[in-house]
Design a protein around this ligand. Structure first.
Ligand code: NAD
Length: 256
């Protein structure tokens, strides 16, 4: 697999779950890692962990829905490590689950601003930095099985994740001629804090007896397993893959 020791990877939402596992996986491949999220103290702990294992990392407090924050995040990556090769736009929220007549405009905006506008803002600045660097790069956005499937009371989340498909394919077409690949990873049920909150709402019984039996592998995934899909799409081994979706969901979306 690609030696990433001369590469720089940026991960948003790196303070928890899939983002944290991805940051660790990049560091394990030798990449220097830029960690971005809203909880700086959690990021600082991860910097200490990565540096304790001989890696290099830096953290910056970022709200991906705020244009100024995102601009500063990418500028920080260039200032500290001098280049940007990989960007993983993972930060996301599930929002409050509510039927369409109860869903507030503010909540709709909050979910779309973080999950969809956040990815737009991140790609805008990440792509500029990669183009300026003149060495290409790879961007991975994080969708969901809800990029394909709806669920009742989840319309804002589902709309944001569906939107990431169109955003990813369009930006892929724009950037591929300049050596930047853009893909979307669409995880299934992955054991993270977000997933545990969802499980609490659904209830153990429906989760264990209604949902997990539809996963071919009969279990939730681990964040580290999603990190490996992301690392693959960034690596040189994925050099002919762009504009597509990879769905590490244990087979959940394949049968009814
Ligand atoms: N866990 C799952 O089952 C699952 C399934 C499909 C997709 N996903 C997607 O994977 C991504 C990561 O989710 P997770 O399960 O690790 O959740 P998580 O709640 O554990 O982590 C989410 C991360 O995003 C960060 N974040 C949230 N809002 C932010 C903002 N405005 N600016 C910057 N950072 C922000 C949080 O601080 C945290 O670090 C999300 O985009 C989520 O939609 C998760």
């Amino acid at each position: 697999m690609t030696d990433m020791s001369d590469r720089v990877a940026l991960v948003t939402g790196a303070s928890s779950g899939i983002g944290r596992a991805t940051a660790r996986a990049f560091a394990a491949k030798g990449a220097r890692v830029v960690l971005a999220a809203r909880r700086k103290h959690e990021l600082d702990k991860l910097v200490t962990e990565i540096e304790g294992q001989g890696g290099k990392a830096t953290a910056i407090k970022t709200d991906v829905s705020a244009a100024q924050d995102v601009e500063k995040m990418v500028a920080h990556a260039i200032e500290v490590f001098g280049r940007l090769d990989y960007a993983v736009n993972n930060a996301g929220i599930e929002g409050q689950w509510a039927g369409i007549t109860d869903l507030t405009e503010d909540e709709w905006d909050r979910v779309l601003d973080i999950n969809l506008k956040g990815a737009f803002l991140c790609m805008k600045h990440e792509a500029r930095a990669m183009l300026d660097g003149g060495h290409g790069g790879a961007i991975v956005n994080i969708g969901s099985v809800n990029s394909f499937l709806g669920f009742q009371t989840g319309s804002a989340y589902v709309a944001s994740k569906h939107g990431l498909i169109g955003l990813t394919t369009s930006v892929s077409a724009e950037l591929a001629p300049q050596g930047i690949r853009v893909n979307l990873v669409c995880p299934g049920f992955i054991d993270t804090p977000m997933h545990r909150r969802a499980r609490e709402i659904v209830g153990d019984e429906l989760y264990d007896e209604g949902l997990i039996p539809n996963v071919h592998l009969q279990r939730a995934g681990r964040p580290e397993e999603i990190a490996q899909s992301i690392i693959f799409l960034c690596s040189d081994e994925a050099s002919y893959i762009t504009g597509t979706t990879l769905t590490p969901d244990g087979g959940y979306t394949l049968t009814i």
